[in-house]
Design a binder for this molecule. Structure first.
Ligand code: PLP
Length: 421
């Protein structure tokens, strides 16, 4: 309560802005995940890895736009491409070189893609992958996982969904092959696809167990279902995403987030024989439209991001940096004897206010919510911003000094509150 009261006192402009926005937006927001009480901060501007809020406080941004902001704020290479795109005219009403160039770069980089199609969000990409699987298999059921997240109307985390898009879902238990197979085996002939994240992202950054994931892949091959791997978050891990590292090769893969170079994007694609159904000359063609699928800003920003900034070498560097950082935070928590554990892979992690290990989605709900809030408001007071649910995502602008500052702050807060545990 004390930390929250300090927060209210320190942020009158954010509070006033929130009250104003509430007139036209429910709870002043249009992205549920950004809301928190008593009112969220409104950021005014960003530069490299820093943000400034309406009250003029400066923060290190460790939220990194829920992982899409991998380039920091307004990376010069990306800005140059976007300026050029504006100069060449927006809304060209035709095929463009931009979409072909970006698609070629994506297919070169990620071996899971023979061919791709582009959308405006990861959500759309997942919906397209699911409907495609239903059409090509002639089956109806889709297997998803409790704790999984594939977009706003495709969330299986807790009870937060507005209700899902009308698919006939079956629910597996993440990281539990036996329980999942027991649920899905009786329906094997009706299952079009299994859709899975290699790391449970919004569900708490819980890494998928290799044997679990490859077991599902094997099941799909045997039963004639498609494996759809959602790499919207994990494409940043390693040069070619997480699938090659885990021994996976999906029939269809979805991506998004950083692939758009900080502009809206989604990608779905995979096996050429499946994706060829989107050729309008195919006898059983499938239509896939979308006014902004090839908008020039995203196409050019995305290509610059992928080829000039977040190169394969940079992906390996950031992943190694993130692994070291997560280990360092866990060592601090252990030394402080705090019931805090950081999960994740590479540069995406989640602070949980409970002891580890955390392997299953339902464990996340057992955390200490008051301690979670306390950490969040204490970090803000020290000028460090991350997602209130505990998500911490690195971006290419973070320096060793920034990481040291986060780690030192973490230690200071845990030491200060040690009497609580
Ligand atoms: N899939 C995963 C794994 C995600 O983390 C997200 C977004 O956080 C999505 C899909 C949805 O992407 P978008 O927000 O672009 O619709």
């Amino acid at each position: 309560a004390e930390a929250e009261a300090d927060y209210v006192r320190a942020n009158p402009e954010s509070e006033a802005q929130f009250r104003k926005a509430e007139h036209s937006l429910p709870a002043g927001n249009t992205r549920s995940s950004l809301f928190y009480g008593p009112f969220p901060l409104t950021m005014a501007r960003g530069e490299e890895a820093s943000l400034w809020d309406l009250d003029g406080h400066k923060y290190l941004n460790f939220l990194s736009e829920f992982t899409s902001g991998i380039f920091g704020h307004s990376h010069p290479h990306i800005v140059a491409e976007m300026r050029a795109a504006i100069g060449d005219g927006l809304n060209l009403s035709s095929h463009t070189t931009g979409e072909a160039n970006l698609a070629a770069a994506i297919c070169d980089r990620f071996e899971c893609f023979d061919k791709v199609r582009l959308t405006n969000s990861g959500t759309e990409a997942n919906i397209m992958a699911m409907v495609t699987a239903r059409v090509v298999t002639g089956r109806d059921k889709i297997v998803v996982f409790k704790g999984g997240y594939h977009g706003g109307p495709l969330t299986f985390v807790g009870g937060a969904s507005v209700g899902n898009v009308p698919f006939d879902f079956l629910y597996g238990r993440y990281n539990d092959l036996e329980a999942t197979l027991t649920t899905i085996n009786p329906h094997a002939e009706d299952i079009a696809a299994i859709v899975i994240e290699p790391v449970l992202g919004a569900g708490g950054c819980i890494p998928g167990d290799r044997a679990f994931l490859t077991g599902l892949q094997q099941w799909c091959h045997t039963k004639g279902a498609l494996l759809i791997v959602d790499e919207v978050q994990t494409a940043r891990h390693h040069a070619g995403g997480l699938q090659p590292v885990l021994g996976l090769k999906a029939d269809l893969t979805t991506m998004g987030k950083f692939i758009g170079g900080c502009m809206p994007i989604g990608v779905f694609g995979g096996r050429a024989d499946i994706m060829m159904r989107f050729d309008p000359r195919h006898p059983n063609t499938l239509a896939h439209a979308g006014t902004f699928n090839n908008n020039v800003m995203t196409m050019r920003a995305g290509l610059a991001g992928l080829t000039q900034v977040y190169t394969p070498d940079e992906a390996e560097r950031l992943t190694a940096l993130g692994d070291d950082f997560r280990n360092r935070l866990n060592t601090i928590a252990e030394v402080c004897g705090a019931p805090v554990h950081v999960t994740g892979v590479g540069s995406i992690m989640n602070i949980h206010t409970q002891s580890g290990p955390i392997t299953f989605a339902e464990q996340v709900a057992q955390e200490n919510k008051e301690l979670k809030d306390l950490l969040f408001f204490e970090f803000l007071a020290h000028g460090i911003y991350y997602a209130k649910r505990g998500l911490v995502a690195l971006n290419v602008c973070h320096t060793q000094v920034d990481l040291d500052r986060f780690a030192d702050t973490f230690k200071r807060i845990l030491t200060k509150h040690a009497p609580l545990w």
